[in-house]
Ligand binder design. Sequence first.
Ligand SMILES: Nc1ncnc2c1ncn2[C@@H]1O[C@H](COP(=O)(O)OP(=O)(O)O)[C@@H](O)[C@H]1O
Ligand SMILES: [Mg+2]
Length: 300
Amino acid sequence: MKLWILTKKKNCRFYPQRRFIEEAEKMGIELKTVVPEDFEIVEPMQEPNSILYKHRPVELPDCLLPRMGSGTTYFALMLIRYLQRKGVFVLNDDTGISNAKDKLQTIQKLSEANIPIPKTILAKFPISTRFVQKEFKFPVILKTISGSQGKGVVLCETKNSLEDITKLISKTANGENNIIIQEFISESRGKDIRVYVLGGRAIGAMLRTSRGDKFKANFSSGGKVENYPLNPELEWLAVESSRIVGLELAGVDILFDKNGYKVCEVNSNPGFKGLEKATGLNIPQEIFNFLQVRLKGRIK
Ligand SMILES: Nc1ncnc2c1ncn2[C@@H]1O[C@H](COP(=O)(O)OP(=O)(O)O)[C@@H](O)[C@H]1O
Ligand SMILES: [Mg+2]
């Protein structure tokens, strides 16, 4: 099997990249890391079995594993679609990635399917703090539409701090920075569950707990991780959410709520350093095994 991994940077020291390279070697998979800038997208398509890479036609791989997540650019998205149209199997496809990249789009899709989610509104500038106060109890969560690793997520304790933050946003981004305002699920303060979904199955889960009094449980911002046993409710929520967003590979963040769970977000490019540590799973091997099964049915 010939596999390309599409990344922002060819950084072999980056944990997932290193792990993919390591496991590909063991399994005899021909793996190459590529960046979008090295390709050309030309319409109408010319050679069906090749693509221009560094200005030369190169043979297509069997599969493409896009690993840019919320950092997927328009060009990268079009490249994924282009390769898919050329017959390359992509995990995930452009639709799923662009749905997941947009947190409101994800929330809307989940809400349509009656998946429990935190109450969410799309902010309109200037933000009416009166309206927010009417709709929510403080504290509230503010999130950038696109982001990862907890970087664009803020807890806003009072109406006054909301006023200050929104004024700051209006001043610095001319109000063009799209954000959502979300109910804070207090039962989940500083902890959540990350479920790893692959090919319609939940293959593992971990409990993430923040250190200190941080409300965000992201592993990348220092959260502790431990294996979390899957149960039917978690599995169903994670697998359904991934399917609804259009992802065959996903990391689903699930919050603890009074009466069960609420789905927080669905990631198209979940990291797995924490998950491997917590669960003992071998994620690259799981992905390669899945790809081998999925490719069996394809006639080239
Ligand atoms: N509505 C919420 N209520 C409680 N905690 C939340 C809520 N939304 C996010 N969090 C916390 O913040 C973290 C980051 O939020 P998330 O939406 O997953 O953004 P990111 O894409 O940056 O990971 C979550 O893992 C969770 O710990
Ligand atoms: Mg998250």
